[in-house]
Design a protein around this ligand. Structure first.
Ligand code: PMT
Length: 406
């Protein structure tokens, strides 16, 4: 978490500026205070109003504004921060920083600061590759300025290559690292389950549920960002594979159990998958035909293996920290407390999956972290957060508990 950290976010004029409200939101969700400086060009891509709404602060956008000078002053603005983050950092602002030009509030704050500076470059691939940009970056890096990205990908101009601003979670992870919160799980192995399972009825039909995999995939990504060697065992989903994670794709609960077993030993197991509790006892070998007047088929179900309970009871192969999820529609916390005991896991993350709440498939989640402390059940109610923020908090908590292998 970034509790109490003060970040001055300088937004210069690139198309990637549209991502900055999300960046502000994510940094604030982690406890940071974010104050924004918007360059004139930046304001062509993101409005001061939207940054002001997400930062819950005024947005600073004019060096010569009397309000700014009387209330804050550009020197004070940069001194009152623990970190200056330039995102997106265009070729132009990087050039001005390298040359020490201070012709607007953003560049003046950057020249006046005695604090650390990070830049997240974003520009067309040719501008990125240009010798001038590379020389400016070398100058800045030589002065201790840290660079985040850019990454390779599609560009707004239709070209492909390096120059795309790093994704918001990666910028947040870099800020975490800057504040000493990064790679705290280096040397640890993590296993995460995610998504639904599909249980065959016949070769074309299956039983499934509404899990999208968003929560589980975000957890795998967050653990990997903290340095854990992470295996994600996932049922069928449309979620992109998280970077730096070994992804094992499975269909059924029994496949998932086998894949999890293969992924051991692990220090951490987080079971976020919505595993089908039952499967069809004897799936038909050929497509079941709908005949005129023939009776509807009857499906006989048998119980699936419980992967979480199996992991929690795996003796000397048991991960040190086993975390389950409890998907509940009523008495969420009470049912989850009972489930933690029944499954034998260390922590359980309770979430309400009533259709009205929109947890399945949605981008946000409201969870309660249930653990034992000194023989007592401890329930932490987390605010409604994006699934990425839930994942990061959980990964942070795991890192606080296990830490890196020394
Ligand atoms: O995928 P999303 O759309 O992002 O939605 C996220 C989620 C709602 C699926 C996720 O946050 C969540 O709650 N996952 C657990 C879903 C679930 O199956 O809950 P449960 O209460 O039925 O199971 C309890 C625990 O046992 C879970 O950790 C589950 O992974 C595990 N389990 C259950 C059955 C089984 N046969 N094997 C298991 O390992």
């Amino acid at each position: 978490m970034l509790d109490g950290k003060r970040i001055l976010l300088i937004v210069s004029g690139g198309i990637a500026a549209y991502k900055t409200p999300e960046l502000v939101r994510r940094l604030r969700e982690r406890g940071a205070t974010v104050r924004c400086v918007l360059t004139r060009a930046g304001s062509q891509f993101v409005t001061p109003l939207s940054l002001s709404a997400v930062s819950e602060d005024k947005v600073y956008d004019d060096l010569f504004s009397l309000t700014v000078e009387s209330e804050m002053g550009h020197i004070q603005l940069s001194r009152d921060a623990d970190l200056l983050l330039v995102a997106p950092a265009t070729a132009n602002i990087l050039a001005k920083m390298a040359a020490g030009i201070a012709d607007d509030l953003a560049t003046t704050a950057l020249l006046a600061t005695d604090k650390r500076v990070m830049v997240a470059p974003a520009m067309n691939v040719r501008m990125w590759e240009h010798a001038a940009t590379q020389a400016n970056l070398a100058t800045l890096e030589g002065r201790g300025i840290e660079r985040i990205g850019p990454v390779e990908g599609d560009m707004a101009c239709g070209e492909w290559g390096f120059g795309r601003m790093s994704d918001v979670p990666d910028i947040v992870a870099a800020v975490d690292s800057f504040f000493g919160r990064g790679r705290r799980l280096a040397g640890r192995r993590a296993l995460v389950t995610s998504g639904p399972t599909h249980e065959a009825i016949d070769p074309v039909r299956y039983l499934a549920n509404r899990s999208s995999g968003k929560q589980g995939h975000a957890i795998a990504a967050a653990l990997a960002r903290l340095g854990a060697e992470t295996t994600l065992v996932t049922g069928p989903t449309h979620e992109p594979e998280p970077p730096s994670v070994t992804v094992v794709r499975v269909e059924s609960a029994r496949d998932m159990r086998r894949a999890c077993d293969k992924a051991l030993p692990a220090d951490i197991a987080v079971c976020a998958a919505a595993v089908a509790d039952w499967r069809v006892a004897e799936p038909a070998g050929a497509k079941i035909k709908k005949g005129k007047g023939s009776a509807s088929p009857t499906l006989t179900l048998v119980e699936n293996p419980d992967i979480l309970a199996t992991l929690a009871a795996s003796g000397n192969r048991r991960p040190r920290l086993v975390v389950g999820f409890a998907a509940e529609t009523d008495d969420v916390v009470a049912n989850a407390i009972a489930k933690r005991v029944a499954k034998g896991c260390d922590w359980i993350v309770a979430n309400d999956v009533s259709p009205a709440v929109g947890t399945f498939g949605g981008d946000a989640n409201t969870v309660h972290l249930i653990a034992m402390a000194n023989g007592e059940v401890e329930v932490e109610d987390w605010p409604r957060l994006s699934k990425q923020a839930v994942a990061e908090r959980l990964a942070d908590r795991i890192a606080d508990t296990l830490g890196a292998v020394s």
